[in-house]
Design a protein around this ligand. Structure first.
Ligand code: 13P
Length: 256
């Protein structure tokens, strides 16, 4: 058994009204709200954080935001701070998702500021890293992952490193139905773990969870989750329906 508890996180992206989000989370709570084998996180859009947070009360399921701004307050129209998220009882925040890197031109330096601000405010960052198809085909995968990981974690202390979750999401596998093979995923996860050892030492690196993301679903999850360095999943499409999300939670519980 791994020393790391598996974590299943649902990234709902830009889906669900507040009412739809509450309906979904109520189903998840009814099915999995009391189990302790797996850590469970849901990341609804900002507009549903408060209502979903209320629906999660009394359950073991934790709340995540999908993005955050590094500044505590100020003239940043359309942005949301760490303190605002904490006031809604969010515990996690997704940072550096490839959709934000690609569509909103987020740089590693900006993502690093978000990581540091989140940790300072007791919000656990889920730092997403991963290569594009062109980078994989150009044999750049490990280099890209290393750059994104090291830049994203720049300045993170050993003490706070265990509050970080890493999500390896190959961009070519997101929403495409093309899942990385277990060998491809495990190879990169093991490489990420080796980088964490260099940054923070063996003991800390063994505690940091590394999630896989990219077309994970109940049919492919058991094999992925059985890999030594795959500590859970960051799920897009399959998290939008309670049945598939709960099946993923069960798959993680079975793989612990
Ligand atoms: P899919 O599971 O829809 O491929 O999305 C993965 C993802 O981007 C999670 O953050």
């Amino acid at each position: 058994m791994s020393i790391r508890k598996k974590l299943i996180a649902g990234n709902w992206k830009m889906n669900k009204t507040s009412a739809d989000a509450v309906a979904l989370v109520q189903e998840i709570v009814a099915e999995a709200g009391k189990q302790n084998d797996v850590d469970i996180v849901v990341a609804p859009p900002f507009t549903s954080l408060e209502s979903v947070g209320k629906a999660l009360e009394g359950s073991v399921i934790k709340l995540s935001a999908q993005n955050v701004h590094p500044e505590p307050s100020g003239a940043y129209t359309g942005e949301i701070s760490v303190g605002m998220l904490r006031s809604l009882f969010a515990n996690y925040v997704i940072v550096g998702h490839s959709e934000r890197r690609i569509y909103f031109s987020e740089t590693d330096a900006f993502i690093n500021q978000k990581v540091l601000a989140s940790l300072k405010g007791q919000l656990k960052p889920i730092l997403c890293i991963g290569e594009t198809l062109a980078e994989r085909e150009g044999n750049q995968t490990l280099k890209v992952v290393q750059t994104q990981l090291e830049a994203g974690l720049d300045g993170v202390s050993k003490d706070l490193a265990t509050s970080v979750v890493i999500a390896y999401e190959p961009v070519w596998a997101i929403g495409t139905g093309k899942v990385a093979t277990t060998e491809q995923a495990q190879e990169v996860h093991a490489f990420i773990r080796s980088l964490l050892v260099k940054l923070f030492g063996e003991a800390v690196a063994q505690k940091v969870r590394i999630l896989y993301g990219g077309s994970m679903k109940p049919s492919n999850a058991p094999e992925l989750l059985a890999q030594k360095d795959i500590d859970g999943g960051l799920i897009g499409g399959a998290s939008l329906e309670s049945r598939s999300f709960v099946e993923l939670i069960k798959a993680a519980a079975a793989a612990k």
